[in-house]
Design a binder for this molecule. Structure first.
Ligand code: HEM
Length: 427
């Protein structure tokens, strides 16, 4: 049956997926996996890696066969520290709930309906659109007169963070705190937080929870038509969210709205900068930016993979996956599957409407913030190439990629341009 694609012992696929080289560019290995081992068991990690589009789509479309209870990993480094566990279970600690991305129907159906109403992408987008443009212009003003920037730190990180802060009604002076909470949460889940940081991270979790609960209390006293206000608004025939569920919703907006969008913006800018002709085309025809945004999402999917658990034994073209097995759906690979995407190369004229990429997932769990993320990308790219028309890669400082298996993004992206005036004098 399938060998292990993560070790050199895997004879049919000699390269390994966790080497530095493969993390920089895993797509040749994905191609071989799709051809030779489309559903491959990864011994060390004890999960099955699913690399073909059709298999990923099938799994996403059948939540009754594949559970989301471990969708976003689950290392939970807190277990390594009794002190952290004590802090989390103390009088102020709230037991953790699994909602939305880590839940299955029928609970998920209720959660999703409440989220849809509260996040209300259409309404939120209308409220956010002006704010998005202001933030984008402010960030560009921050480096416009310098003639250079490190795009990830100065733009791709702060933009999504400020948008999330706007949704969660966190004032600008507390954004660094919000970012620290989000980073801590991600590294605790990924298990790569150093031992001496775990206790601090546990304290941060409690701080986050207390902060959000205070916001919710505020809304109970003075109802407002914003995310938290809508979240707690009673709805006939519907059980209101518990405190733990409310906290988990806030956390998912914080984490979901943040890291993936940063990676999307970094990936997109890098792809644009490598293609000056395309940038010139988009400067002439900004109306084409939305279709290029879809191609960026397909070609460099920010979330390369997430998990499902098989609720019954499954057969994938003769490969039997047992009940209870964990599967990683590899969107990065599915989105370059030759069945739909030919050679998979970046094609700014590709019509992604015929086979919609899986960068935002599919089915009942499809990304709840996709309209927000798309709008952020479109406005950001349009404004950057308009205000800084000769924006280009730095000839002296090479870009660096992040090397994480499940996320694809840039660590550093150095850009140059002819100095431009600020829009506003005081920013
Ligand atoms: C380019 C940026 C983004 C990417 C690539 C992305 C990707 C995804 C994917 C693949 C899923 C499906 C998970 C699954 O099937 O298990 C998802 C779900 C989700 N995303 Fe996003 N996301 C992005 C931006 C956002 C933003 C901006 C927000 C919120 C403001 C957000 C909030 C969520 C939430 C709450 C879910 C869970 C939905 C559910 O389980 O019903 N995401 N995202």
């Amino acid at each position: 049956m399938s060998g292990c694609p993560f070790t050199s012992a895997a004879k049919p696929i000699p390269a390994t997926l966790l080497t530095e080289e493969a993390l920089q560019d895993p797509f040749e290995i994905y191609k071989r996996l799709r051809a030779e081992q489309p559903v491959a068991f990864v011994t060390e990690q004890n999960f099955w890696l699913v690399t073909r589009y059709n298999d990923c789509e099938f799994i996403l479309s059948h939540p009754e066969k594949f559970s989301s209870r471990e969708a976003v990993s689950s290392t939970n480094a807190y277990r390594r520290s009794p002190e952290a566990l004590r802090i989390l279970s103390g009088s102020k600690g709230h037991p953790r709930a699994r909602t939305l991305i880590m839940s299955d129907p029928p609970e998920h159906t209720r959660y999703r309906a409440i989220l849809q109403r509260s996040l209300s992408p259409g309404k939120t987008l209308r409220q956010l659109a002006t704010r998005m443009q202001e933030i984008i212009d402010d960030l560009i003003d921050g480096f416009a007169e310098r003639g250079e920037c490190e795009f990830v730190r100065e733009f791709a990180y702060p933009l999504p963070m400020r948008i999330v802060a706007t949704i969660l009604d966190v004032p600008p002076e507390r954004i660094d705190m919000l970012k620290a909470w989000s980073d801590d949460f991600i590294s605790v889940q990924a298990g790569n937080i150093p031992d001496d940081r775990i206790v601090d991270a546990a304290r941060h979790t409690i701080e986050f929870e207390e902060y959000i609960l205070a916001k919710i209390e505020e809304r109970r006293r003075e109802p407002r038509d914003d995310f938290f206000g809508r979240l707690i608004q009673p709805h006939e025939g519907e059980q209101p969210l518990t405190t733990q569920e409310l906290l988990n919703f806030a956390l998912q907006i914080l984490v979901g709205g943040n890291e993936s969008t940063t990676n999307f913006l970094g990936n997109g800018m890098y792809e644009l900068m490598r293609r000056p002709h395309l940038v010139a085309e988009l400067q002439r025809e900004p109306g084409r930016i939305p279709e290029v945004v879809e191609e960026i999402l397909r070609y460099e999917s920010p979330l390369q993979g997430l998990f499902r658990v098989a609720l019954e034994e499954q057969d994938f073209d003769g490969v039997r996956v047992p009940k209870g097995a964990k599967l990683m759906l590899n969107f990065g690979s599915a989105n370059r599957d030759e069945t739909y995407y030919g050679d998979g190369e970046f094609d700014p004229h590709r019509d992604n409407r015929s086979t919609l990429h899986l960068a935002f997932g599919r089915g009942i769990h499809a990304c709840a913030g996709q309209a927000i993320a798309r709008r952020e990308g479109m406005l950001a790219f349009e404004t950057l190439i308009r205000r800084l028309p000769d924006l280009r890669l730095s000839p002296s400082r090479a870009p660096q990629r992040q090397t994480l298996f499940s996320l694809r993004g840039m660590k550093k992206l150095y850009l140059e341009f002819t100095q431009a005036p600020r829009l506003r004098a005081s920013t």
